[in-house]
Design a protein around this ligand. Structure first.
Ligand SMILES: Cc1ncc(COP(=O)(O)O)c(C=O)c1O
Length: 450
């Protein structure tokens, strides 16, 4: 067989563990032939490519690891599953089976949780926009509601009036915990006095009863001390409110934001070194609680961890559909999955595993997605051996935010399967076809072409 001509390239070999661009690139790429014992080749044969694959085992393991880290240190812990992080029914159902409530931030997510079988009192309703009807439903069904702004206080007072009852509410706080830029657009600011003004307003209206505090300081937080600061400020605020207004604060909801073992672009160290363990976060948080709570007080500690639970439980299998050489000499590939499916590619550098042994020198390569859009790049700079059209790559971790922030742009969205704990494979979201995209469209009669 005549070998195809390949332009020679000279690549400087960097030795040692680290250079100024971070850890040295992998020379031997990891090979992954299966996900939880199910062959990747078979998965692609049965469900096509690209293909998202969720591991039920890993998902349950991650949840238990986080829950145990907190519940072994503090007696009153409740998790709420952050729907926005991944609201596939199968994912939510696994986490609800494990004991998580539904944490939703819109009417749509609220309806999704209800349809799945969660009752109102099993839902935490956060977010900056809760329409009046959604608030009315949530109040009637007994959901936990965390207020975002003054207008929502007024809306909820109207709901309370309409339903003829006092309504228990929480408020969302924002504060300086050393994490910048500060997420100050949500909730009421503590340091400026705005949060206390909100409580005064609630007390003055006498239609709502404050019984909880909520906060979410950001996402992919690498600093356990930030949570310790958050907890201290929340507990201090709770006592001030209890002492001044006679309220009883039943829960302190500290939000989510714990990192997954993903590699944030621009970080030098590998996630294994950089990311603090779940136990470090749990230790700081519960320590801060014990230091600031009055003896005998154990308000419910609510956590809304999203990415730390789901991210590493999901993979994306993608296939190479074309091999190219760029004018600067770099090898480039076109894959059948792009930023339409991996929205988080803009921030994270994924693990890339090969599915088969490939011989040949590794080269810094670019992997483009299938979109006719210049910024559709899902990896740049990874050293890859010479891949061929038809070969598969496995990207991970991809469980957080990709199945919710993905775009229906140019391409259909593919199948998603879950590898179950018993080794079986279930289709949990069927790939789209034209009917899904056009179902809501209406073509005016006079524009019809035939
Ligand atoms: C209110 C709230 N809770 C929880 C989460 C989940 O965050 P993460 O996935 O970073 O844990 C978010 C994410 O933005 C959020 O806004």
């Amino acid at each position: 067989m005549k070998l195809e001509y390949e332009k020679p390239v000279i690549t400087r070999i960097e030795t040692g563990l680290m250079n100024k661009f971070g850890s040295s690139p992998l020379y031997a790429r990891k090979i992954r032939k299966d996900i939880d014992g199910v062959s990747i080749e078979k998965l692609v044969e049965d469900y096509g490519s690209p293909l998202f694959v969720i591991s039920e085992r890993k998902l349950r393991e991650n949840y238990k690891r986080l829950f145990n880290a907190f519940s072994s240190r503090y007696p009153n812990v409740q998790f709420g599953w952050s729907y926005k992080t991944n609201y596939l029914q199968a994912v939510c159902a696994v986490l609800h089976q494990e004991g998580a409530l539904a944490e939703v931030v819109s009417k749509f997510e609220y309806e999704k949780a209800r349809k799945l079988g969660m009752e109102g009192h099993q839902i935490i309703f956060n977010g900056p926009y809760k329409p009046f009807e959604a608030l009315e439903t949530a109040v009637s069904e007994g959901a936990v509601i965390n207020i975002d702004h003054f207008d929502e206080i007024f809306e909820l007072e109207k709901v309370a009036e309409k339903l003829g009852k006092q309504v228990k509410v929480g408020i969302r706080l924002n504060m300086d915990t050393g994490i910048y830029p500060q997420w100050s657009r949500f909730g009421f600011n503590v340091e400026s006095g705005q949060a206390m003004d909100a409580v005064k307003r609630i007390a003055g209206g006498n239609k709502l009863v404050l019984n909880g505090l909520h906060c979410h300081i950001g996402t992919f937080i690498l600093e356990p001390d930030a949570y310790a600061k958050e907890v201290k400020k929340m507990v201090e605020f709770a006592y001030e409110v209890e002492d001044k207004f006679g309220y009883s604060i039943e829960y302190i909801d500290i939000g989510g934001g714990f990192p997954s073992k993903s590699k944030l672009k621009g970080t030098y160290l590998s996630p294994d070194v950089l990311i603090p363990s779940v136990d470090e976060f749990a230790e700081k948080i519960t320590q801060a609680l014990y230091e600031s709570l009055r003896p005998g007080d154990f308000p419910k500690l609510i956590l809304e961890a999203g990415r730390a639970i789901i991210d590493e439980a999901e993979y994306l299998i993608t296939s190479i559909v074309a091999v190219k050489r760029l004018p600067d000499g770099r090898r480039a590939y076109v894959a059948d999955a792009g930023v339409n499916l991996l929205f988080t590619a803009f921030w994270y550098k994924f693990n890339i595993e090969l599915v088969q042994e490939v011989s040949g020198a590794n080269e810094p390569s670019v992997i483009y997605g299938p979109l006719c859009m210049n910024i559709d790049i899902i990896d740049e700079g990874s050293l890859l051996p010479p891949l061929e059209k038809g070969m598969q790559l496995v990207f991970s971790p991809v469980g957080a935010y990709n199945n919710t922030q993905w775009m229906q742009f140019i391409e259909y969205r593919p199948n998603i399967v879950m590898v179950m704990e018993d080794g079986s494979v279930e289709l949990v979201r069927e790939k789209e076809d034209l009917s899904d995209i056009e179902r809501r469209e209406k073509l005016p009669e006079k524009l019809k072409l035939k």
